[in-house]
Write a protein that binds this ligand. Structure first.
Ligand code: 6V0
Length: 318
């Protein structure tokens, strides 16, 4: 009997079974996006424990999935490798303080991943994420559209949540982006923001309860959100876990959807040879296209300042 032979099994490999990795893995088991999830961590016992715990919930998921603690050889057959391994921020530490520590870790991980024969897509969350993404891309030798970072996807989600709260509307109706470094120099692209179809200027004109001061406070709260959470619970992981799931879904479902990721710039926004948070269309190929939105002069300066800070910080590890 003739059998159908398009049974390619979709595999996601997760490198880093810490708080961020485990949150992402947990979401993935409920999402029916892939058949296999392999978890890799230098701490094998942690990866094993996470795989056991997740497998014990698989009977409650909408479709079965195979989860196991594996090693780098298992990346060879993966469609996507998601990297969340590395030292996290300690209280008072900026993301950029992590650069040297995590650059070394990234080099060894990418070496092992590529040695497996991997030829898929890499998504990075480890901080400082823009720099780690750039290094991962360089070390991997993969085409630029196939290596991207979570960039400002989380920051944009934070912004949309806070704008939704302020304007009392569904965050999904708040189209506004945080761009630049995922970190202290990121900025809100207010000139492009649309809240239920209206520009921010228009909303402020129509209702004098809304002010630019409040919007500036919202931006500052978005920018400093990780510090506020780390002070209280030591780390942030649920929202970035969901953000990573969103990126993986955009790829595996070939969504052609706009998300603010850490994409490689090759002249867009006047910047070259850098990964930084920008709106981009994501599909099965990865970054299909970086979208150049019209920025105000002030926003352009902020973008360039953010890129300068990243470039300077990255120099010693390039
Ligand atoms: P964590 O809970 O300490 O987990 C890190 C994991 O990485 C641990 O399980 C380690 O054993 C593992 N690890 C360390 N070195 C290696 C190695 N060489 N090979 C394999 N595994 C290794 O940290 P957490 O999960 O909280 O954070 C992980 C990374 O995500 C950090 O760099 C964070 O700063 C970063 N985040 C990024 C965010 C974003 O928006 N991009 C948001 C939050 C955290």
């Amino acid at each position: 009997m003739e059998t159908l032979n398009h049974a390619k099994v979709t595999r996601v490999a997760l490198v880093g079974a810490g708080a961020v990795g485990a949150s992402f893995a947990y979401q993935l088991t409920t999402a029916s996006l892939c058949e296999e999830l392999v978890i890799i961590d230098i701490n094998k016992a942690k990866a094993e424990g996470e795989a056991m715990d997740l497998n014990h919930g698989v009977s409650f998921a909408s479709s079965p999935m195979r989860v196991w603690a594996g090693d780098y050889a298992d990346c060879g057959a993966a469609d996507i490798v998601v990297i969340t391994a590395g030292a996290p921020q300690k209280p008072g530490e900026t993301r950029l303080d992590l650069v040297e520590k995590n650059a070394k870790i990234m080099k060894s991980m990418i070496g092992e991943i590529m040695a497996s024969g991997f030829d898929g897509m890499i998504i990075i969350a480890s901080n400082p994420v823009d720099i780690m993404t750039h290094l991962a891309w360089k070390y991997s030798g993969l085409p630029k559209h196939r290596v991207f970072g979570s960039g400002t996807v989380l920051d944009t989600s934070r912004l949309r949540y806070m704008l939704g709260d302020y304007f009392n509307v569904d965050p999904r109706n708040c189209h506004a982006y945080i761009m630049g470094e995922h970190g202290d120099t990121e900025f809100a692209a207010w000139s492009n923001a649309r809240i239920y179809g209206k520009s921010v200027e228009q909303l402020l004109e129509e209702n004098d309860e809304y002010t630019w001061e409040d919007l500036e406070d919202i931006y500052v709260n978005v920018r400093d959100a990780a510090y506020h959470i780390i002070e209280r619970k030591g780390a942030t992981y649920y929202a970035i876990g969901l953000g990573l799931l969103r990126l993986v879904k955009a790829v595996l479902r070939n969504e052609n959807t706009l998300l603010t990721v850490g994409a490689y710039l090759d002249g867009e926004y006047g910047l070259h040879d850098i990964h930084i948070g920008v709106p981009a269309i994501i599909n099965r190929q990865g970054v299909r296209q970086v979208v150049e939105i019209e920025l105000s002069e002030e926003e352009k300066q902020k973008m360039h300042h953010s890129a300068d800070v990243l470039m300077k910080t990255m120099q010693p590890v390039l």
